[in-house]
Design a protein around this ligand. Structure first.
Ligand code: DNO
Length: 393
């Protein structure tokens, strides 16, 4: 695998030197300063390349390996008439990226929200802090903070009662923390939301069920993947995180069959997948090694991370150390290695996804999930396992 780390740009407290010293050759980044839907100009792309490469003469070289993400405008997800313009912009951005030599582009198709958690500093037994998702806490936000009119339909009676009881015992600070965790957007999400207008964003999806959203995704990919193929760009969709509907919004990139229908919708290799073990692995019915084997040549980017289901129903999971949770990391890395051998030794870009806030980082203000040391630990463990697998086979 080509070892990379995500970098949120010049404001990221984790520096390019940190990423270099973690042993990476690649950087995963995006032009987060450009509003969703606007064209990424060649100048803006070049400016970022220059920042990344400026120390390359003195130190080991780093390159911009992957765009994560070139975000898809909501008008495309909702099939509004303006979608044609936004698709055109997307195509121009892809051409500009290709002209600058950047060939791997990640995106997602989650309506309104990107990835979601209910707690950002869940304390692990060793004192490190992890991200966590508790279905009942999500229900508290939905039922009693947002007060979404159709919310009760989405939770069992037992969950509703447990949520009510817990909500009544929460302090205002705890309520505010939960609200911020859900609405303010985690790093990488392009938007932060406010409670006052959030419901109206959800309402716009009222008529759009899973089938329409899937149709809109297929339409989008049919408009962009053939061009990407010509440009030599590999597009790779990031799965839903977590991989099930939230807040009444449909999600259509959660399972193996979701991926299969997307792959068929535009049968070019440029229509590919970001294989994110942490997202797909939350569902026990996603068999990760077999998904890798099935879509092997469409996997263009890999996120390695694992979650641990503390409880199935109502669901609770936290992000576990990279080799410890529910993801069979050995089998996953083995399957990836086999695919790389088939490709003649090509290295697929991979980033250690998230990490615990630990050691010195506990005293710093870090992006949730994206502190340096926890990701470095994950990368080191993964790299060791990868090396051992390569030597054994
Ligand atoms: C979380 C991430 C997501 C992801 C986007 C991809 O850590 O994996 O923010 O980058 O959903 O479009």
């Amino acid at each position: 695998m080509l070892h990379t780390m995500r970098w949120f740009g010049p404001h990221d407290l984790v520096s390019l030197m940190d990423i270099r010293q973690a042993g990476c050759q690649g950087v995963v980044t995006a032009l987060h300063q450009i509003p969703v839907g606007e064209v990424w100009s060649q100048e803006a792309i070049q400016e970022r390349i220059d920042i990344i490469e400026q120390a390359n003469l003195l130190y080991s070289p780093l390159h911009w390996s992957v765009v994560e993400s070139l975000p898809v405008h909501e008008a495309i997800k909702k099939a509004l008439p303006e979608r044609e313009q936004y698709i055109e912009n997307y195509r121009i951005s892809l051409s500009n990226l290709a002209a600058k030599g950047i060939k791997t582009v990640c995106y997602n198709f989650m309506p309104v929200l990107d990835w979601s958690r209910t707690k950002l500093d869940f304390e692990m037994p060793d004192g490190a802090k992890a991200l966590r998702f508790v279905w009942t806490d999500f229900a508290i936000f939905d039922l009693f903070i947002l007060k979404r009119p159709n919310a009760p339909m989405d939770y069992s009676k037992a969950v509703q009662e447990a949520a009510k009881l817990k909500f009544e015992g929460m302090t205002n600070a705890e309520k505010a923390e939960l609200q911020n965790t859900v609405l303010l957007g985690l790093p990488g999400s392009e938007e932060a939301f406010h409670l006052e207008n959030f419901q109206s964003l959800l309402d716009q999806y009222q008529e759009i069920g899973a089938d329409s959203l899937r149709e809109n995704l297929h339409y989008f990919i049919q408009q962009v993947a053939p061009l990407a193929q010509e440009l030599g760009i590999n597009l790779c969709i990031h799965p839903d995180d977590p991989p099930f509907p939230l807040l009444g919004l449909p999600r259509v990139v959660s399972t193996e069959s979701d991926l299969a229908s997307l792959m068929e919708a535009s049968p070019v290799r440029a229509n590919g997948i970001t294989f994110c073990t942490g997202s797909l692995g939350v569902r026990p019915d996603n068999n990760l090694p077999s998904i890798i084997r099935r879509f092997a040549d469409r996997i263009h980017f890999i996120h390695l991370r694992t979650t641990k289901r503390e409880q199935e129903d109502p669901l609770i999971f936290h992000e576990a150390p990279h080799l410890v949770g529910d993801v069979p990391m050995f089998e996953v890395i083995k399957a990836i290695h086999e695919e790389e051998v088939k490709r003649g030794g090509e290295q697929i870009p991979m980033r250690p996804d998230h990490g615990h806030q630990m050691l010195d980082d506990l005293h710093k203000k870090t992006y949730p999930g994206y502190s340096a040391i926890g990701r470095l630990r994950g990368l080191a463990e993964i790299r060791g396992m990868e090396l051992a697998i390569a030597r054994m086979t």
